[in-house]
Design a protein. Sequence first.
Length: 451
Amino acid sequence: MEPARMDNKTAQLPLGRRDSREDYFQDCPMCLTVFDEMVQRPRTLPCGHTFCTPCVNGLMVQGQVTCHNCHAVHAVPEAGKFPISYTIENLLRRLRRTSLASTPPSAEKDTAEPAHSPGTRPGEKGQTYLNDKVRSLLEKQEAKILAAIHNCQKVKAQLNQYETTVRGWGRQQLSLEDRLQSLVDQCKDARMLAQQEELSASDKKQQINQGEQQLHTMLQAIRRAASGVEAYKTIEDADHVMEEETQREEECLAMFPDVHTVTTIKKATEVSQAALEAAATVQAAQQTAGDGGGAAGDASLPAAAASSIRDRVDALMSPPLKATEVSHAALEAAATVQAAQQTAGVGGGAAGDASLPAAAASSIRDRVYALKSPPLKVEDLRSLTQPARDLLQRGLVFAVHKREGWSRKASISLEDDRLYLHCLRDQPLPCGAVTLRVGLSLLSLPLSLPS
């Protein structure tokens, strides 16, 4: 039985340790713990098999012990303990002395390394007396733990990368939010100007109403005048009231519309509408493609569940994030409109103020229309857009030639879809007129001279 047990145990040993047969008698065959001279002292039963003291004590039942190996039943000695195997203890001492004497110097250096330094195994010093089977189990478990630690480090690296990516997204969204907020602030400013203009118009309308009531009163007084003295007095009062009312009307026409208010509202409206239209176009395209979250976005995740976090992010981010794509489209459209406004000179300032005197005598509605209408360009005349046709038919398009501080104007008319350039004259511009400077771009038009 004993040789067979030794052969089976030898087959379980890892490579490189199967020829170390002196290890087997050091172990208790029951608990597989190495014998020592303190607690795990070897004790030999009458059948010849040796076990450690705790195991022998555990086998005692009603004054008898059944051998764990051969199942022979032995009576417990009168002393209550089986004899100690001093032969095995002597062999153990001799082996320990031999092992200590043959330890290479490098091993002593290894023991001086930190407990958790690379290449060392924590607790290995206290595992000297473990048998080979237990050591093999510990080594397998250690390999599993190291693999788990490697997986943890791998996932942690992915999370660090993802954390950096998400932080970048947050900064990008904050930048987009600030830029979008500037558009919102522009709309708010335009709304506040509109409210102020509304209040000013309401106050002025109330003054006009009061003047109208005074005129009605004067009208009734004129109709009731019964004497010459009363008639002259009423006429004098009526002239005074009409003079005040005329002054209020002139103030009203000079005050409204406010150029800065109208052009600011126009600018904010154009930019906001362009941004919203671009955003709506992108959102419609995203809905058609079925990306950008929701059921479709969630349904695509299980297929990539086994991939890395970065691969899943790349899959979800192609095309870019829905909110980011929409914001970029809106901001790009707004920037395009703003650049066009600056090029055309709209949005208040000198260009807007300079256009008012020509339209000073026109109605408020005409002046608002003139301010909110896009400026006339040479290309509008070339393609004869509807606004250009309207201005040409009303005789409000002029070519201006400036030289040495003075300018002359030539009207441009439309007949049978043909443009006619009239002679330059030193003439005032009519109300609501638009002008184009004489230059190569204007002269490139197919202009005809009137007969």
